[in-house]
Design a protein around this ligand. Structure first.
Ligand code: ADP
Length: 519
């Protein structure tokens, strides 16, 4: 058996230490093995590697306990030695920021060596054992080397962890953006957030080629040729930012901004794309333009008529008969009503469009709803118009904003009357369909061509029908009906045959259990 000198032994322990640290993927994986080597080598009973946490408490990273004393594993740093001395019933050794002291007391020793990172003590390695194995001066030197090695490895590990945390934070921030983002480096996408992948409907994954990324954009675009030109411009453009917009096949709008990523010295490192969904802005813009058109045309017509009637009435040079005065005033009254209705419609459509429509829902029986409705429309129907009801579930209860649903029915009846010719017959049907109630409003009017059936529910859409060229519509009525029905969780649609008539259908949900019935 070869007896190792103390020096050889120290060399050995240092070698196996470095070996463990170099081979293991992380220092913390092998801390316990390292500690065990130390504890065995110095015949200690307890070995601990403790690290300070954010609140300055010491927490064990590794612990070897060969005694039957139960060790508490959380210490406030400043209380550490008190705790330990309490546990092993000895006076503690002292540890200060700059030096290591250790002193023997009774029959046991505690030796603590600080772990340093960037001039700060981040923890300690402590050994506790029988006094006869008290570390000697040269042991202290070697233990210091060991703790320094552990410190270095921990420092490296903490740096990696910090980097990972930063990367994770960076990814979380980018993922929570309301814009899609992709970063390009040497013709490859090196980062993309989940939103851009959803927006472009393809796996814009890390490491896909810029070419494939561009193809994704072209594939979703309604005008691929135009989009390709924009994207080619992106490759060559030298401006720090370059912006273009595309319309997608599913009628949404996207704004692309190419931006440069510069070094602190303003050198071009790489570039990226920000993609935002601007459909809502576009719609708001369109609504604004349409409203301007309405205001300048539809509102001006009744105003001009009112102004004409008023200035006639104001003429001092003409003696109007009472009958004529009544005609003027009736005209003014009608035009005011027309203006009022139009303004109501504009307000309704603006609320629907801005998503701020508020429903005042109440429970109401279907027959009560239709009775009130009947009274409401009586004045609107003339002799040559007839309305019939076919209701097989009048006692069913709906949870609705009554006023809005009345307005839907009134709009549909108004249209049937407005677009109908000769003897107009209207039939209102109501029946239950699973947990919904299906309303239908059928007329015997001119009908609507198949190719525009889905368009008539769009804002401002009016069928170009020469026989009704003079109609006083705004193209808003059905869009408002759709908005109101959808706000209740229902759907609206139409079936029509040219020359025979149209039937508008809409569904509303039945009341859920409980609740007080009004009306
Ligand atoms: P408007 O205020 O112009 O009537 P709507 O949104 O109510 O606007 O209707 C849109 C278009 O749908 C109208 O221009 C009309 O051509 C057509 N339409 C609506 N209801 C009927 C109907 N019952 N019969 C025939 N055409 C209709």
């Amino acid at each position: 058996m070869i007896l190792l000198s103390a020096l050889d032994q120290n060399d050995n322990i240092l070698n196996s230490f470095s070996d463990l640290l170099v081979r293991s993927p992380s220092c913390s994986c092998v801390l316990k093995d390292l500690l065990e080597t130390v504890v065995n080598n110095w015949h200690a009973n307890i070995g601990m590697i403790l690290i300070k946490d954010h609140q300055d408490n010491l927490r064990p990273l590794a612990l070897i306990n060969k005694t039957n004393i139960e060790l508490k594993i959380k210490f406030a740093a400043r209380d550490f030695h008190e705790h330990l001395s309490g546990l092993v019933n000895i006076q503690a050794c002292l540890i200060t920021d700059s030096q290591i002291e250790f002193k023997e007391d009774g029959d046991m020793f505690i030796f603590s060596c600080p772990l340093w990172i960037e001039n700060k003590i981040i923890g300690i390695l402590s050994l506790c054992g029988m006094a006869e194995y008290l570390p000697k001066k040269e042991d202290i030197a070697i233990l210091q080397v060991i703790t320094n090695q552990i410190s270095l490895s921990l420092e490296k590990e903490l740096a990696v962890e910090k980097n990972n945390t930063q990367q994770y934070c960076f990814n979380s921030v980018l993922d929570s953006l309301t814009e899609g983002i992709a970063i390009v480096n040497v013709n490859k996408i090196i980062y993309s957030n989940s939103l851009i992948r959803r927006m472009l409907k393809c796996g814009v994954n890390v490491n896909i080629n810029l070419e494939d990324f561009f193809n994704c954009v072209i594939n979703i675009s309604k005008e691929p040729f135009k989009t390709q030109i924009y994207l080619e411009t992106c490759r060559v453009v030298e401006k720090e930012t370059y912006t273009f917009e595309i319309e997608t096949k599913d009628n949404s709008y996207m704004k692309f901004t190419k931006f440069h990523i510069l070094s602190p010295g303003k050198e071009l490192l790489s570039f990226g794309f920000l993609v935002s969904d601007i459909t809502k802005h576009k719609e708001a813009d369109k609504l604004k333009n349409d409203l301007m058109a309405i205001v300048s045309h539809e509102l001006r017509t009744p105003l001009t008529s009112i102004k004409g009637n008023v200035s006639s009435l104001l003429r001092k040079d003409v003696m109007w008969t009472d009958e004529m005065k009544d005609d003027f005033l009736n005209d003014i009254y009608d035009e005011c009503n027309r203006l009022n209705m139009l303004i109501e419609k504009i307000l309704d459509i603006s609320k629907i469009n801005a998503g701020v429509l508020k429903l005042q829902k109440e429970l109401i029986r279907i027959d009560k709803l239709l009775n009130k409705f009947n009274l409401k429309i009586v004045n609107r129907l003339f002799q040559r118009q007839e309305i019939n009801f076919d209701i097989n579930n009048g006692t069913d209860i709906l949870e609705i904003d009554e006023e809005k649903i009345q307005q839907v029915l009134v709009n549909l009846i108004d249209n049937a009357v407005k677009y109908g010719e000769g003897d107009v017959k209207i039939k209102i049907g109501v029946r239950r369909e699973d947990d919904m109630v299906l309303f239908s409003v059928a007329d015997n009017g001119p009908g609507i061509a198949q190719d525009v059936l889905d368009k008539i529910f769009q804002k401002f859409y009016q069928v170009n029908n020469s026989s009704h060229a003079n109609n006083l519509g705004s193209g808003l009525g059905l869009a408002i009906c759709k908005g109101f029905v959808q706000a209740h969780g229902g759907t609206i649609w139409v079936g029509s045959t040219l020359g025979k008539g149209s039937t508008f259908y809409f569904t509303l949900p039945l009341k859920k259990e409980g609740g007080e019935v009004f009306g």
